[in-house]
Design a protein around this ligand. Structure first.
Ligand code: DGP
Length: 113
């Protein structure tokens, strides 16, 4: 996806603060952090959201989930963290490339919305 912001970040065409990468996954710091640690985990393959993953290779999705605890450990989030994937306009998804927010580094509210 030539015009996708996160595809361009993943390819290095737009700079980002990388925190993790493997053959399937790229992770980088959110430009507008909403917690002391705020990392975005994306599959290297383009999916616009979770709604676009019915035909996805399991590996592309599983690697995102497996990367999350690795990144959490790297970021020293021993006391916990939250994972969010906004999907569609009601959830205020603003970038149409599947991504998982890892939020941590402080006590969070019990409220999620
Ligand atoms: P969402 O609202 O769930 O689609 O989250 C998109 C996130 O992407 C939002 O928290 C801000 C972040 N973001 C947007 N543009 C950039 C960018 O150019 N670089 C980085 N690092 N993050 C970005």
């Amino acid at each position: 996806m030539d015009n996708c912001l996160f595809c361009r970040i993943m390819k290095g065409e737009i700079p980002s603060a990388k925190v993790y990468e493997n053959d399937y996954v790229y992770a980088f710091r959110d430009i507008n952090p909403q917690a002391p640690v705020h990392v975005l985990v994306i599959p290297k393959k383009h999916f616009s959201s979770l709604n676009d993953t019915a035909a996805a290779d399991d590996r592309d999705l599983a690697e995102c989930l497996r990367a999350i605890p690795v990144i959490a450990a790297q970021e020293k989030l021993e006391t916990g963290y939250r994972v969010v994937s906004n999907c569609g306009p009601d959830a205020c998804q603003s970038v149409q490339h599947l991504h998982f927010h890892i939020l941590g580094g402080a006590q969070m509210s019990e409220k999620m919305s």
